[in-house]
Design a protein around this ligand. Structure first.
Ligand code: MG
Length: 385
């Protein structure tokens, strides 16, 4: 009223500066309910090594992020590298305004070339701060909440065809309708794995055979021909983009690219080549929520559906995935996953919990999570202004 009387604008707020004064990290071990997770080439992880990143401002606001590589031999990323990279990067971010995501990312790129997975946790934590500062959930800031819930897939660890089919049935009974079968092993066994898994499913369920780069080109051709009669998507059959493209051009199965799509350049190239029907965007593969949302928005404009997820993680990663996915138009959401249901440890409260094969982004400000102090333990890294 005083403002009105004085002729001022009552909606005008004075913008208070916000500055990063501290960046810290915790290391959390995440064992798996199933004991281990296996995929192509005999690769396996039994306990995930996750890093929780905190970004703190002068006014006492703290945002959190999480980065958890799928072991050291999946993508060019490893757990100790997250922490070494943070030590390198953090001093360059002191004094930056965490709400200015474009400038924060530019500072990170100027200070450290490449290493997108290192930057991912800081970017995620800054989004958490922006949400807290504005009182809005991250999914609102990323475009708005589309639909009631985000449909989830379940990754089926590589085992015998029979065991994998049994796991598909078990997880279908828990409400999942999308399954990502870890193949990329012996092609004859993989053909059997795909056949047995598909036989367990309803016609409306989606099955993806994800080779995670594990087949040579001729092996991939043999598998796609042998399962030609089945309703199955083929994901990242071979190591290189060119090999995948060659397979893609000789099969009519819906096709997903993942490991090769690590930049906007690759996304545009794959679109120009008609190299995929669905693309898998992982938050840490692209360098954080800012960069992944940029790729996501481009995919929406280009008409490409997406699997929106990360390499792995616990509650904080799952919360970030939920915000990213929930803010994506439903017709472009192929699947996402709830990593926090695969692991035995909960590293934060407030994270989405699976409900009948779906999850929902929190309606609380920011990511809507609170790390559990008793689980995440002491800080293993701290950089202050
Ligand atoms: Mg994949």
């Amino acid at each position: 009223m005083a403002d009105h009387a004085a002729g001022g604008n009552p909606s005008r707020k004075v913008e208070r500066p916000m500055k990063i004064t501290r960046i810290f990290a915790h290391r959390v071990q995440l064992p798996l309910h199933e004991g281990s997770y296996q995929w192509s080439g005999g690769k396996a992880v039994s306990v995930f090594d996750s890093t929780i990143i905190g970004v703190e401002t002068a006014c006492g606001c703290v945002g959190h992020g999480e980065v958890c590589p799928l072991g050291p031999s999946y993508l060019p990323a490893y757990s100790a590298g997250v922490r070494a990279g943070l030590q390198e990067l953090a001093p360059h971010l002191m004094g930056a305004d965490p709400r200015e995501l474009g400038k924060v990312n530019q500072r990170m790129d100027a200070a450290l070339k490449g290493h997108p997975y290192v930057k991912s946790g800081i970017d995620m934590a800054c989004w958490d701060i922006v949400g807290q500062a504005t009182g809005l959930p991250v999914c609102t800031l990323l475009g708005g909440r589309f639909g009631d819930s985000v449909r989830l897939y379940r990754a089926i660890s590589q085992l015998s065809a029979q065991e994998m089919a049994a796991n598909v049935s078990r997880y279908r009974d828990q409400g999942y309708t999308r399954f990502q079968l870890k193949v990329g092993g012996d092609p004859d066994e993989d053909i059997d794995r795909i056949r047995q898994a598909r036989a367990c499913l309803r016609p409306t369920d989606r099955l993806v055979a994800d080779a995670n780069t594990g087949w040579t080109q001729h092996e991939a051709m043999r598998v796609v021909r042998a399962v030609r009669d089945l309703d199955v998507y083929i994901e990242q059959p071979c190591l290189t983009y060119d090999e995948c493209l060659a397979v893609r051009r000789q099969t009519d199965h819906p096709f997903v690219l993942d490991e090769n799509i690590d930049s906007l350049n690759m996304l545009l190239r794959a679109k120009a080549d008609w190299a995929m029907d669905v693309v898998n965007l992982k938050i840490s593969k692209l360098g954080g929520l800012t960069r992944t949302a940029q790729a996501r928005d481009l995919c929406v404009s280009m008409g490409i559906a997406m699997t929106l997820e990360d390499s792995w993680g616990g509650d904080i990663t799952t919360a970030a995935i939920a915000h990213l996915a929930h803010s994506t138009p439903e017709e472009f959401r192929f699947t996402s996953t709830d990593f926090n249901s695969y692991v035995t440890v909960s590293n934060a409260s407030g994270a989405p919990q699976r409900d009948n094969g779906g999850m929902r982004a929190s309606t609380e400000p920011g990511l809507g999570i609170k790390p559990r102090a008793e689980v995440i333990g002491p800080r293993v890294l701290e950089v202050t202004q």
